[in-house]
Ligand binder design. Structure first.
Ligand SMILES: NS(=O)(=O)c1c(F)c(F)c(S(=O)(=O)CCO)c(N[C@H]2CCc3ccccc32)c1F
Ligand SMILES: [Zn+2]
Length: 263
């Protein structure tokens, strides 16, 4: 599709020119405000299968120009939703070295340093991501808010390779690791709402689950992620740093944000 960026003439305020859904309803991310929340006792804890990968398995770590992403094996899936949602990839959104606030979802207007998204597609109904990506029941994304604090050994399992994918379309193979360790301890406390991809084409096809509890990475780990990558190809004369890759919060309109916990 057409080029898009997070700032400048192809920035988010222009996305809807080439990607009409970006100007539509049910957009993500949102600011999760306390007054919007409705406790839903029927929300079951997230149950995931096969997230603990062996180091004998290889994962593709890549720079797609918009984010750093890790491709995930299709044995990984969410088993607690009405349909099976099979993992496709995970990626991150972050701020910049000067502005360690780059999460997409905010909580009562608090923006976190970064955010991880684990993207899954409804494999009961669709054969692959591409067929699912524009269907209203197509995707389920798990969102993890990230703060700067304690060093996080799980993040190190891929951050130690990040200098191998500095430029757009570079990819490296990395040993599998326990993807569960990237998530917060409690998978039973989360916000839930109907939304969209946060990048073009912005299809309103995502069942969002944002965990209540954040995880931490160290300042050095944050800087590694926020300063290592470029959105331009290696051979381009003027490298364009890849940072601030987060969309601003969108209008909630009449949507309800469900919450799985009481206080
Ligand atoms: N925040 S988010 O979860 O909405 C989201 C992204 F923010 C994001 F950057 C990507 S991407 O593939 O890295 C680049 C643009 O598609 C995807 N990728 C998805 C969308 C389309 C697609 C097709 C195949 C595999 C993954 C994806 C995404 F779902
Ligand atoms: Zn994302």
């Amino acid at each position: 599709g057409a080029k898009w960026t997070y700032n400048g003439p192809e920035g988010e305020h222009h996305w809807s020119k080439h990607y009409p859904y970006c100007g539509g309803a049910f957009q993500s991310p949102i600011d999760i405000k306390s007054e919007l929340l409705r406790f839903d006792p029927t929300l079951r804890p997230i149950e995931i299968q096969n997230y603990k990968l062996s180091p004998n398995e290889q994962l593709t770590l890549g720079n797609n120009g918009h984010s750093v992403q890790i491709s995930l094996p299709s044995k990984m899936h969410i088993s607690s939703l009405p349909h099976r949602y099979t993992a496709a990839q995970l990626h991150f959104h972050w701020g910049s070295s000067g502005r360690p606030s780059g999460s997409e979802h905010t909580v009562n207007s608090k923006q976190y340093a970064a955010e991880m998204h684990v993207v899954h597609f409804n494999s009961d109904k669709y054969p692959n991501m591409s067929m699912a990506v524009d269907k209203s029941d197509g995707l389920a994304v798990l969102g993890v808010l990230i703060e700067v604090g304690e060093f996080n050994p799980a993040f190190e399992q891929f951050l130690r390779f990040i200098n191998g994918i500095k430029y757009r379309d570079q990819r490296v193979q990395v040993p599998g690791f326990n993807i569960r360790a990237l998530l917060p301890a409690r998978l039973d406390e989360f916000y839930r709402y109907d939304g969209s991809l946060t990048t073009p084409p912005c299809y309103p096809s995502v069942l969002w689950t944002i965990f209540r509890n954040h995880v931490t990475i160290s300042r050095k780990q944050f800087l590694d992620m926020a300063t290592a990558l470029y959105s331009s190809h290696a051979q381009e004369s003027s490298p364009v740093p890849l940072n601030g890759n987060f969309r601003k919060p969108q209008l909630v309109d009449s949507r309800v944000v469900l919450v799985s916990f009481k206080e």
